[in-house]
Design a protein around this ligand. Structure first.
Ligand code: ZN
Length: 409
């Protein structure tokens, strides 16, 4: 049912237009950014390192032009609206500044691990992507062929997280799940977010459009912001593993189509776009990641995990043809891309996208459910999809920490 179109007032429109030209501007539901950490970045990074990270990883193709100006001795950063702050570079090998405060530790900073426990003392947060359950249809990460077992990303990622937690604990890690059911972490709901959603919509819109915008604010933005608050302020882990599954276009929700393509990739935070960097909060997050040297750990860690997962699953790499992502590692599986979760979590994030949920082989395996041991699927004995995913991630993390932690000898 289509509702009556609403028109936003002229005053609101003028305010909106003014917001695009110089006044402070934030992305939806973002509080005004806190830049206080920037003061600790003076003399914390040499010019060469800053410029390399900015140009090669975070803001390729001059995406930060107009808001980050790299000079000889310092960088000028547009903080809010038309306000700028200058941050001097470190010179002569002396790093006087500390950079942004960080709670996470690099693998190389941990002590040696006991034999068989490469993850001893590592704090790992598992983030089962999406919500599933009663929210699966709203999230549009759900399909069902006739009366067969439904495929919901949020339910599958939760099942993987529950299998993965004891595997990581066996390897010595402290592992925590960001959610244990389909209950949202955020206290907001689509209804309570309606005013914010209405403020975001411009021009005339229908009641249906407002409903969809409010739902999107709830399950995507508010939910991820609430999870980020848990990660950054309460749990303070060394690593976050975001568990997702991919999907290809499945057409009409009532008549989803299976297709043969199946693949894998992982995403590390980076590749910010020019328009994204016009938002004060997004610019602040990018610079906090850059000065925090998060990619130095996130790239090799993610690459090790995704390559181990590739061995465990036999999946080929996914290839992006859009300009919102580029290859970040040595191999073909890791991409740099700016997502809300890997941007808001101020810690190395391993963001995984294995399996195409609506590919024929994955659909058939989902129909078999989760099980222990092996069952014959498509003529080959296979672990359950959930166990295969969890095992690949656990082995990848173990492999990275085994390689990077100092040896006890
Ligand atoms: Zn997902």
């Amino acid at each position: 049912m289509v509702g009556t179109p609403k028109l936003i007032g002229l005053a609101a429109l003028l305010f909106f237009l003014a917001g695009r030209s110089g006044f402070a501007k934030n992305s939806p539901l973002a509080p005004p950014p806190d830049w206080s950490w920037l003061a600790h970045c003076a003399h914390s990074m040499p010019r060469e390192e800053f410029a390399r990270l900015l140009q090669n990883h975070y803001a390729r193709n001059d995406a930060a032009a107009g808001s980050v100006e790299v000079g000889e001795a310092s960088v000028r950063i547009r903080t809010e609206g038309d306000a700028w702050q200058e941050v001097p570079f470190a010179t002569g090998g002396e790093h006087q500044g500390t950079g942004p405060a960080r709670f996470w530790r690099k693998a190389a900073e941990l002590g040696p691990a006991p034999l068989g426990k490469p993850l001893q003392g590592v704090k790992i947060v598992l983030d089962p992507g999406h919500l599933g359950g009663e929210w699966a249809a709203m999230e549009e990460r759900f399909f069902q062929l006739g009366k067969t077992r439904p495929v919901a990303e949020g339910d599958l990622t939760l099942a993987v997280a529950k299998r993965l937690k004891p595997m990581l604990e066996k390897l010595g890690a402290q592992a925590v799940l960001l959610r244990k059911s389909d209950r949202p972490v955020t206290r907001q709901r689509a209804k309570t977010l309606e005013p914010a959603a209405a403020a975001e919509l411009t021009g005339a819109y229908t009641a249906e459009r407002l409903r969809r915008q409010s739902e999107l604010f709830f399950y995507r933005i508010s939910e991820i912001r609430a999870r980020a608050q848990l990660v950054n302020e309460l749990l303070k882990p060394d690593v976050v593993v975001c568990l997702h599954m991919n999907a290809e276009e499945w057409g009409e929700p009532e008549h989803p189509v299976l297709q043969p393509r199946n693949h894998l990739h992982a995403i590390v935070n980076g590749c910010y776009g020019r328009r994204e960097l016009e938002s004060d909060d997004i610019r602040a997050e990018m610079l906090a990641h850059l000065f925090g040297r998060i990619a130095d750990e996130a790239v090799p860690l993610s690459e090790c995990v995704v390559e181990t997962l590739a061995e465990a699953t036999g999946l080929p790499p996914y290839t992006y043809f859009s300009n919102n992502a580029f290859r970040a590692g040595e191999g073909p599986y890791l991409y740099s891309r700016n997502l809300l979760a890997n941007r808001l979590y101020r810690v190395p994030v391993v963001f995984l996208e294995p399996y195409v949920m609506n590919s024929s082989p994955v659909w058939r395996r989902v129909q078999m459910g989760d099980y222990s041991g092996e069952k014959v699927v498509d003529g080959v004995p296979q672990k359950s999809l959930v166990v295969e995913y969890a095992t690949g991630v656990a082995e990848g993390l173990a492999r990275y920490f085994r390689r990077e932690r100092p040896s006890g000898k």
